[in-house]
Design a protein around this ligand. Structure first.
Ligand code: C2E
Ligand code: MG
Ligand code: MG
Ligand code: MG
Length: 285
């Protein structure tokens, strides 16, 4: 049995721990189906900054679950279960509606350029996904140019022709499209070239040791060249040190997202953080 959290390695869990783990999964499954109705989800926003100017380009919306018993639960503890059961579709609809309402408010106040959100491949199983997404933003009066959809590398490579056409149409209407966790899935390079695509987010594992490993730097530089070659921008995720940011900037990476600049924050904290943007800009550029 491989431990999901912690320092890695394998160890055997005692059977009561296994039973607890199983019970937790069963509890989560049952609770997830009611959590949307009960309003237990909340989005955190993590700023994305331009490495050249330090400006805030936008933010990624990251789901948190205010669990009645466990407190705040992170996506890793429930997204996989939500995907297995298909409940991710309802949760995803809530995420899109919440992003639309945050953007509607932000637009009225003239703050915030764009919000990116994660789309699970299971959400695309519903034929009317794109139609409903469009309706949600247009009902909220939010232009698609304030919206960015993130698909994981594997999901992007596996989606059908008709989904690709829908994604292309969204982009024509102003939306941004990103591939998430690039470098952990498998990419068909012909497909990558043809993908309707604005940005690629490098997986944290690619950049983790660029400060100490020359091999890591060579790989990242090659990946950046490849991505730019297909006309997309680079976003580096989970940037934890100024040293990493400096190397990435020198390599031509446009945007960073990471604890070194800002953690994911709830809406109010995010808004006050962005209103102090000048101070933060200077710390990046
Ligand atoms: P992701 O989309 O790749 O999101 C980036 C993750 O990296 C987030 O974890 C973020 O908090 C974390 N992160 C950001 N900066 C740093 C850093 O400097 N260091 C480190 N170590 N981590 C950093 P989080 O919020 O726990 O989300 C984990 C994953 O859960 C996301 O990975 C995404 O795949 C999934 N997820 C989150 N929200 C949603 C959602 O609304 N829908 C779906 N389908 N999946 C979601
Ligand atoms: Mg609100
Ligand atoms: Mg993401
Ligand atoms: Mg990612």
């Amino acid at each position: 049995y491989r431990a999901k959290n912690g320092g890695g390695g394998r160890y055997c869990m005692f059977s009561d721990e296994l039973a607890n783990e199983h019970q937790r999964k069963v509890d989560t499954e049952a609770a997830l189906s009611e959590a949307v109705q009960r309003g237990e989800f909340v989005l955190a926003l993590q700023p994305q900054l331009s490495l050249a100017t330090g400006e805030i380009n936008g933010a990624e919306a990251l789901l948190r679950w205010n669990h009645p018993k466990d407190g705040l639960r992170m996506p890793a503890t429930f997204i996989p279960i939500a995907e297995q059961t298909g409940i991710i579709s309802e949760i995803g609809d809530w995420v899109i509606a919440e992003v639309a309402s945050m953007l509607a408010e932000a637009q009225a106040r003239g703050v915030m350029r764009r919000i990116a959100f994660n789309v699970s491949p299971r959400q695309l199983d519903r034929a009317d996904f794109f139609q409903r997404l469009r309706a949600t933003f247009s009902d909220a009066g939010v232009p698609l140019s304030m919206v960015e959809l993130e698909f994981t590398e594997t999901a992007a490579m596996e989606c059908s022709e008709s989904v690709l056409e829908e994604i292309s149409a969204l982009r024509r209407d102003g939306a941004f499209v990103a591939i998430d966790d690039f470098g952990t899935g498998y990419s068909n390079l012909a497909r990558l070239r043809a993908m309707p695509l604005d940005r690629v987010k490098l997986d944290p594992s690619l950049i983790a040791d660029i400060e100490t490993s020359e091999k890591a730097r060579i790989v990242v530089q090659a990946v950046i060249q490849l991505i730019k070659g297909v006309g997309a921008e680079i976003v580096a995720e989970a940037v934890e040190s100024v040293g990493q940011a400096d190397i990435l900037r020198a390599m031509g990476c446009e945007t960073v997202q990471g604890y070194v600049f800002a953690q994911p924050m709830f809406e109010q904290e995010f808004l006050s953080w962005t209103s102090n943007a000048d101070r933060h800009s200077r710390s990046v550029a």
